[in-house]
Design a protein around this ligand. Sequence first.
Ligand code: 4NP
Length: 145
Amino acid sequence: MVCLGNICRSPLAEGILKAKLPQGNFFVDSAGTSGFHSGELPDPRSIDVARKHGINITDQRSRQFTVSDFDEFDIIFAMDSSNYQNIINLARNEKDILKVKLILNELENSTKDVPDPYYGGDQGFEQVFQLLDTACEKIHNKLIT
Ligand code: 4NP
């Protein structure tokens, strides 16, 4: 799960998908295309909205996406088209490119970008949670069937 800062959207996506998948069978992680917040906890508003829905994301620390992630992971979900392009720019070959998907492409009739809630209020975080929860439910269904 990849966004820009790895403190708002992708930590939520990581926590939500982890909570849906059976423990031990999958490795879910998140990163930011920037290193602006490397080492930091998720944004307190993401921590709060996750906790409100029964998910603890306080074990997460922000890290920057690296080229080696193309080797570590089978699927790389970008939160918006800007993150998508930044990841694609790091791809070494067609195999890398094919791993990268826009997470909201999992939903029909949806906006394709998870809105960046960083500069907004708490309501934005609830909206992001709901979008990611719906997308992660679809991803979960694909992965376990
Ligand atoms: P995220 O949100 O990409 O969902 O983690 C942001 C966090 C920090 C910044 C931008 C977006 N920033 O500019 O510091």
